[in-house]
Design a protein around this ligand. Structure first.
Ligand SMILES: C[S@@+](CC[C@H](N)C(=O)[O-])C[C@H]1O[C@@H](n2cnc3c(N)ncnc32)[C@H](O)[C@@H]1O
Length: 209
């Protein structure tokens, strides 16, 4: 867990969260054991909540790993909804498929393996919500592909936009620079109305207007 707000306050927020269902709980345990960088339950609830607020039915996810964030989104889109899972790793995708089946939502998730930034071109139509969590140096490219595919009134959401605070410090590695550029892009794009929430590692929520 990254530390944007102080540890005690962060722990307090997490202590309030209700227990997750069995499959999400198991994924959290696996992620902890194997150091898989998932969004965790506080951001998971946030994604789920935003998807429900806008009654999202079509969701595209960029960088899905073992499908933890996908599962939070799938729970929000309802039986008629669809979430596109994308990840570069076939092994991740196979593991994710098992969780989706056990959670009873496999039929509303389409699994695509490859580069998310290219895969988005293979799916037609607009999305109610796009969630970006690819490698951080790729954030500007993900931005350029994704924003035009979100429908007006929809949301473009990205994780890790405060990057453990490094965006505000003197770090100049590729990932930090990628996120800095991404943050500049979202705030300078007229068709977006962005807000950065300092939850966990920072989440950018951009309304397409
Ligand atoms: C931070 S993890 C995603 C975690 C996931 N969103 C969650 O919270 O459950 C990033 C994942 O994206 C994958 N990835 C990174 N860049 C990618 C790209 N351009 N295309 C496809 N997958 C990518 C990585 O292999 C990794 O599995």
């Amino acid at each position: 867990m990254a530390k944007i707000i102080d540890k005690l306050t962060e722990r307090y927020i997490y202590s309030l969260l209700p227990a997750r269902d069995a499959v999400l709980g198991e994924m959290e345990t696996e992620a902890r054991k194997r150091s898989i960088p998932i969004i965790g339950p506080a951001v998971g609830r946030m994604l789920h909540q935003y998807a429900r607020i806008i009654a999202a039915r079509r969701v595209f996810e960029m960088g899905s790993a073992i499908g933890y964030s996908t599962l939070w989104l799938a729970g929000a889109v309802g039986v008629e909804g669809k979430v596109y899972y994308t990840d570069g790793s076939r092994r991740n995708a196979e593991e994710a498929r098992g969780y989706f089946e056990r959670a009873g939502v496999a039929e509303r998730i389409e699994i695509l393996v490859g580069n998310s930034i290219e895969l988005i071109d293979t799916v037609q139509g607009e999305f109610d919500l796009i969630f970006n969590d690819v490698d951080k140096y790729q954030y500007p490219d993900a931005f350029r592909k994704a924003v035009r595919r979100v429908k007006r009134g929809g949301l473009f959401i990205a994780d890790n936009v405060l990057w453990g605070g490094r965006v505000a410090q003197s770090d100049s590695d590729q990932d930090t620079e990628g996120i800095r550029e991404f943050n500049r892009l979202i705030y300078s794009t007229a068709e977006l109305y962005p807000v950065i929430l300092p939850i966990r590692d920072g989440v950018a929520v951009c309304l397409k207007q």
